[in-house]
Design a protein around this ligand. Structure first.
Ligand SMILES: C[S@@+](CC[C@H](N)C(=O)[O-])C[C@H]1O[C@@H](n2cnc3c(N)ncnc32)[C@H](O)[C@@H]1O
Length: 281
């Protein structure tokens, strides 16, 4: 696998600074994981040291910090050296990052007790990539190990692009990141098997708002947040927004869904946290 930076990666890194909650986990989301991890640790009792080991899918700083707080030995796996350079909190005796693919996890079988991820289901094809992810995570988890994912799920009632534009023009969207994701979800529609090319959102934005500075005067949002959308321009990425039920069904051969929780911040209904327990021995 090549780790050579792709042209869109530098744009993505510049955009990273403007990536904020709810696209990164906020205090309510971290509170949910915190509850679940605390419960899991209490139940662990005199479990083996391996059972305390955690795997992070990606390099989400908030989840890295949570593992550090609980003194969980952590391995993080991310495809992109550029993103690791930007967002990883650094290797320590208790944690390390590996450049690797979640769909071909570079971890030994049954070597961790907990797997965490934020926004992961949006980045793998539905259902084939999600199935492969389920299989890979199942393989590296110990029996009864837990998988905790915060997902970006399309709304139960699909929105049209026109509805999103109407909401933004009338001041009913709180920040640029929520606007961007509502637009992507509207373009995605009800077919997670197809997903959405992220560059489509750029085309729609340019068509609707040919004068970007007028858009930012209208919304009052920082013009630099446009970098999060501009990063999609040369990027061939597809996003997928399966519903929580679709995620649970797809993972069901390997995982049983134990609990779903959401916060009450704007857009929280589209950012549910799911806790799964590994099936089998
Ligand atoms: C975990 S996700 C979502 C970001 C999250 N909402 C946050 O703010 O932390 C983003 C990361 O996934 C990584 N990524 C995407 N697909 C991947 C794959 N198949 N294997 C490993 N890493 C992947 C990207 O390089 C990026 O750093």
């Amino acid at each position: 696998m090549s780790t050579k930076p792709q042209p869109f990666e530098s744009a993505h890194r510049r955009a990273w600074a403007w990536q904020s909650a709810p696209l990164r986990p906020g205090p309510q989301d971290i509170g949910i994981v915190e509850d679940w991890v605390s419960m899991w640790l209490q139940r662990q009792g005199a479990a083996t040291p391996s059972a305390r080991k955690a795997l992070l899918l990606g390099v989400t700083a908030e989840l890295t910090a949570l593992c550090e707080y609980h003194q969980l030995p952590l391995t993080a796996v991310d495809l992109s050296q550029a993103m690791i350079d930007e967002a990883w909190l650094g290797d320590t005796p208790m944690r390390r990052v590996i450049v690797g693919d979640w769909l071909d996890l570079p971890l030994a079988a049954q070597s961790v007790g907990l797997v965490l991820g934020d926004g992961v289901s949006t980045l793998v094809a539905y259902p084939s990539g999600l199935e492969r992810l389920g299989q890979q995570v199942h393989s590296c988890l110990l029996p009864e190990g837990l998988l905790m994912l915060r997902c970006f799920a399309r709304p139960a009632q699909a929105e049209s692009v026109e509805q999103v534009m109407d909401a933004v023009r009338n001041g009913r969207i709180g920040n640029f990141n929520i606007f961007r994701f509502r637009l992507l979800m509207a373009l995605h529609g009800d077919t997670p098997q197809i997903g959405v090319r992220t560059s489509e959102a750029c085309d729609v934005f340019d068509r609707e708002f040919p004068d970007a500075s007028a858009f930012f005067r209208m919304t009052g949002w920082p013009p630099a947040s446009l970098s999060t959308l501009a990063a999609y321009k040369a990027n061939p990425a597809q996003y997928f927004f399966p519903s929580p039920d679709e995620i649970a069904d797809t993972l069901s051969p390997w995982f049983e869904l134990q609990e779903t929780r959401t916060g009450d911040y704007e857009f929280a209904a589209c950012c549910p946290s799911l806790r799964f327990v590994r099936r089998g021995t």
